[in-house]
Write a protein that binds this ligand. Sequence first.
Ligand code: GRF
Length: 192
Amino acid sequence: MKNIVVFASGSGSNFQAIIDSIGKGEIEAQISGLIASRPGIGAIERAISHNIPHYILPDKSSEATFSEVLLSKLKEWNPNLIVLAGFLKKIPSEVIEQYRNKIINIHPSLLPKFGGKGYYGIKVHRAVVDAGETESGCTVHFVNEHYDKGDIIKQTKVVVSDDDTPETLAQKILKEEHKLLPNVIAEILNNN
Ligand code: GRF
């Protein structure tokens, strides 16, 4: 059985989409653990209700400690694929080195547009609306040492309508994220 480890910082609706897709037999794998960046986030509730082990990162850990704890958890959970599903901390370079081409991220824009430092959450959609873009979307890409700069795997486009606000655009794109992310995970894991 292949293992997926998910990293999350928020409500975890993308994490849920992966759980559901495994439940439907679309992804042939199990989620061996969830790394949560802080206590109290929705993703942890979802892990508990689906009997998925979780680990909450220690507060204000130094880069060295952060990478040590991550590497030891990852060793235990032995992932074939690591999925960043709304994870807001930077992944230490030691972790990227050890799991090169095995870490993917979902970003709510058509990268390389509206990516990089500072582009997260509603800020991404606000920038898209302010720039008067007519289309946006979501991107799944490999993670390397630079924020949102790894090779793009797949994207879904959505139309930005004249009456879209950052909030309505976020909702539209999130719906597409929930399809794109499980789809890419299945493609990577079911074919290797
Ligand atoms: C998503 O929009 C994802 O693209 C971004 O963070 C958000 C996470 O949402 N990286 P959720 O926690 O999966 O609901």
